[in-house]
Design a binder for this molecule. Sequence first.
Ligand SMILES: [Zn+2]
Length: 49
Amino acid sequence: MVKEAYICEECSLIYADKGVAEKCEAWCRKTKSCNIQIIKKAIGKLIKC
Ligand SMILES: [Zn+2]
């Protein structure tokens, strides 16, 4: 069974929550860096940040 996941296209972090993934993407686009408060909610990662 495949769980639904959302990927931040900017940093490739994987989130189970779409809202959090969108928040991460908005943050990444704006700041070009990672927000620890957001990335700690990630469930996985495709590539290194
Ligand atoms: Zn991101």
